[in-house]
Design a protein around this ligand. Structure first.
Ligand SMILES: *Cc1c(COP(=O)(O)O)cnc(C)c1O
Length: 410
């Protein structure tokens, strides 16, 4: 940034100094790396915590290396469900016994959607929106083809998301399942999950929410809102590491009859009996198929510990402050250069990231990354600024938006 921006930087530093969560940033690896001046993509891949580096090292040495196969009996077999319970309590607003960790979000979308559809036999439609994340759309397309169902597409506002009225107009007594993202991966639109669940239930359908951009960023109350099923990533705001496994939530009242399509030994009742024929395990364990990725699921516990310490309320307050500040800088520095804001301006309708559009963004992204300013490019012309409440500073936001301005002004 140029010298004329020093008053902007002063203000960013004042905001950092009065940030009640400022000390948490130092618990992450890489925040003092001078080659990365603004990491604005913690919603695609969260930074590792220092605690996770220690935990992974100790796991390899002591648990894997020391306990060997005995580790499965001692702890690992239950870990997908015990970590799932912690994740549920700290971030999902969900009681124990409804959440498990394993597979990818893509695979869990398939398993949960198939399980849900089997609970609504005779109905022929799945409602999904055109601006949902690609994997959500593709998985529903494959299921529709497989089962001969119809997809009822909602054309949502790209700067916003699916409204309650739009959903009302799209559901009917033929709707089996509604699949939506709670926070839009592109616009950051935060939908009204309780109202969406109500509209879904009015026609007797089930709601499967994708929480990839919500978990660890916006407070969730799945039990209270009446959400039926949910999936989400752990490598975004939960900092589980690249490809860390996803989580699945199945509301307790459906579990007795819930059968997912990939019948594996680890989800069978009494796995180690190696018995003939598949009998789903009681409870949430039946969502598991094969051996769960233990090494991949341990790091996210460190971020859950931090969130438990500060509470989702404080996380959300910081998140809102960061996106408000980013929008303020965008209006001041970028809107005069023909940048358009592609996210809701009302914080109550927004998750933890914003997106801005400009025809030249595709050509500036490589130069920004080269300079150590790292947002995400989202086709056709969006830069997405992801602001991870525990690890992003106001200074990073200022440096990042300043660098984008410098590129466009060039
Ligand atoms: C990131 C993301 C995914 C990713 O799914 P994977 O199976 O982990 O690749 C899915 N849905 C949404 C909404 C996402 O933002």
């Amino acid at each position: 940034m140029t010298l004329s921006n020093s008053s902007l930087l002063d203000r960013a530093e004042t905001l950092d100094a009065s940030d009640p969560l400022r000390a948490y940033r130092d618990l992450f690896i890489g925040v003092d790396d001078p080659s990365v001046s603004a990491y604005l993509d913690g919603n695609s891949l969260g930074r590792p915590t220092k605690a996770s580096a220690e935990r992974i090292n100790s796991f390899v040495t002591n648990s894997w290396g020391g306990r060997l196969i005995r580790g499965w009996d001692e702890q690992w077999y239950e870990l997908p469900i015990t970590i799932g319970d912690t994740l549920a309590a700290v971030t999902l607003g969900a009681a124990a016994g409804q959440t498990t960790i394993g597979d990818s979000t893509t695979v869990l979308l398939y398993k949960l959607a198939r399980g849900a559809l089997a609970l609504r036999p005779g109905r022929s439609e799945i409602v999904v929106d055109r601006d949902n994340f690609p994997t959500d759309r593709y998985v529903m397309e494959s299921i529709a083809e497989e089962l001969g169902l119809t997809l009822r597409w909602i054309d949502s506002d790209r700067r916003g998301g699916v409204s309650v009225d739009q959903l009302s107009a799209s559901v009917s007594d033929q709707t089996a399942l509604v699949v939506l993202s709670h926070v839009s991966y592109r616009s950051g639109y935060l939908l009204d999950a309780a109202a969406i669940a109500r509209v879904t239930h009015e026609v007797g359908a089930l709601l499967l929410l994708d929480l990839c951009h919500s978990v660890g960023s916006v407070p969730l109350e799945l039990d209270k809102w009446g959400v039926d099923l949910a999936v989400g990533c752990t490598y975004k705001y939960l900092n589980g590491g690249p490809g860390s496994p996803a989580f699945a939530y199945v509301r307790a009242e459906y579990q007795r009859d819930f059968v997912q399509p990939i019948w594996g030994w680890m989800g069978r009742d009494d796995s180690f009996a190696m018995a003939q024929g598949y009998e789903p395990a009681p409870g949430i364990r039946r969502v598991i198929s094969g051996t769960p990725p233990i090494l991949g699921m341990i790091a996210l516990q460190d971020t859950l510990n931090l969130i438990e310490e500060v509470g989702m309320g404080a996380v959300r307050a910081k998140s809102v402050a960061l996106t408000e500040y980013a929008l303020e800088l965008v209006r001041e520095l970028l809107v005069p250069l023909d940048v358009e804001i592609g996210s809701p301006e009302d914080a109550a309708e927004r998750g933890g990231h914003i997106i801005i559009d400009h025809p030249r963004f595709e050509s500036v992204i490589a130069r920004l990354w080269h300079k150590g300013v790292i947002p995400d490019f989202r086709a056709p012309r969006g830069l997405r600024l992801g602001l991870s409440p525990l690890s992003t500073s106001f200074r990073e936001v200022c440096v990042g938006v300043g660098a984008i301005r410098d590129e466009l002004a060039d």
